[in-house]
Design a protein around this ligand. Structure first.
Ligand code: PHE
Length: 344
């Protein structure tokens, strides 16, 4: 019996030395120390033994068990630590890591920043005024009395709030021209204002969305003439669209400017040939003109001493007319479809 135990011991030890991984280690464990293992089988039939022999066998088996358990646990340690070392061997310090995806600014925000940059070179200062506004600032003070039919063109959203006896109803400002009055009422001259803000009108088609952005340039100083207006417009157009773009001023009628124009550029989508967006090759960017004396008066400025010009254009239009960006439906800009937005 003694011999038997000794040979099991050395056999088990030899075998354990050949276990390269966790799997073979656990096979070894069940072979020797498992429920149906070698050690159990040694004591499964002791019927032919004297009490003395039983005792001796029990002691021998216990000794062997603790030996086997010891060598098993140290093997287990070394196998798992070898594993750790291996994973370190595969660690390349110079391999670039995986970068988490980060987004970028929305196309319109990019355009707003760019517009701001171009204007700041001309000395314009960016301001922001309320987007939920009183009728007075959006219409009345801009030389559009309450019942004037010209208001219809601004398809305005009215907010269901009590009317103010002086300032009238609450509206979502349909244009950035409310900024003209608010800027003048600050009482600082001369003025070189850039007001960029969200506007709202009841309209929706490939050319219009109910909420869009405008930027308003507004200059008031002594001796401001139409040549200043034309010079600034030219500067903007060449900066935004490049020198190949042509522009034209079409006489128009705004109540808050006199004379008034609409500014068109050759379509950046088709290059002026005519397409589904522009139809005839020209795209209207917005209005412009010399500030009406009544508007200056509403801002507390004497029209005999000061004069000014103003223009208000759509941010999205300017963006869409940029040559190279073939966006032919303004609604894409507001759908928040990542497949579209990620391209810019
Ligand atoms: N506010 C006008 C519009 O929304 C544009 C404009 C601004 C016209 C300034 C003249 C002067 O259509």
């Amino acid at each position: 019996m003694k011999l038997d135990l000794r040979s099991i011991k050395s056999e088990a030890k030899d075998e354990l030395e050949k276990t390269p991984d966790l799997r073979s280690l656990s096979e070894w464990h069940s072979k020797y120390l498992g429920k149906k293992g070698v050690l159990r089988s040694l004591t499964s039939d002791v019927s032919g033994l004297t009490p003395e022999e039983k005792k001796e066998l029990g002691r021998g088996v216990n000794e062997l068990r603790s030996f086997l358990e010891d060598i098993y646990s140290s093997s287990l340690n070394s196998v798992t630590s070898i594993k750790k070392d291996k994973s370190l061997e595969n660690f390349y310090k110079t391999l670039p890591g995986k970068k988490p995806e980060i987004g970028h600014l929305h196309l319109i925000t990019q355009a707003i920043r760019e517009i701001n940059e171009v204007f700041s070179k001309l000395g314009f200062i960016r301001v922001r005024y309320p987007e939920v506004e009183w009728d007075y600032y959006s219409f009345e003070a801009l030389n559009m009395p309450k019942t004037h039919p010209a208001r219809d063109e601004w398809e305005t959203f009215f907010i269901d709030l009590p009317e103010d006896p002086k300032l009238g109803k609450v509206v979502i400002t349909p244009h950035t021209s409310n900024g003209q009055i608010r800027e003048m009422l600050k009482g600082r001259l001369p003025i070189r204002m850039l007001n960029i803000s969200r506007c709202g009108r009841r309209q929706s088609d490939i050319n219009h969305v109910p909420t869009f952005y405008q930027f308003e340039g507004f200059v008031v100083d002594k001796d401001i003439s139409i040549t200043h207006l034309k010079g600034v417009l030219e500067y903007l157009i060449y900066n935004f669209f490049g020198k190949d773009t042509k522009f034209r001023l079409r006489p128009y009628d705004f109540r808050f400017t006199e004379p008034s124009f609409e500014v068109d550029v050759t379509c950046g989508i088709c290059g002026g040939k005519g397409c589904r967006f522009c139809k005839e090759g020209w795209v209207e960017l917005g209005g412009a003109g010399m500030v009406h004396p009544n508007v200056l008066r509403a801002g507390g400025i004497d029209p005999e001493v000061y004069s000014g010009f103003a223009f208000g254009w759509g941010v999205e239009r300017v963006l869409m007319m940029r040559t190279g960006l073939k966006i032919d439906d303004i609604r894409y800009l507001f759908e928040n479809n990542l497949k579209f937005l990620e391209q810019f």
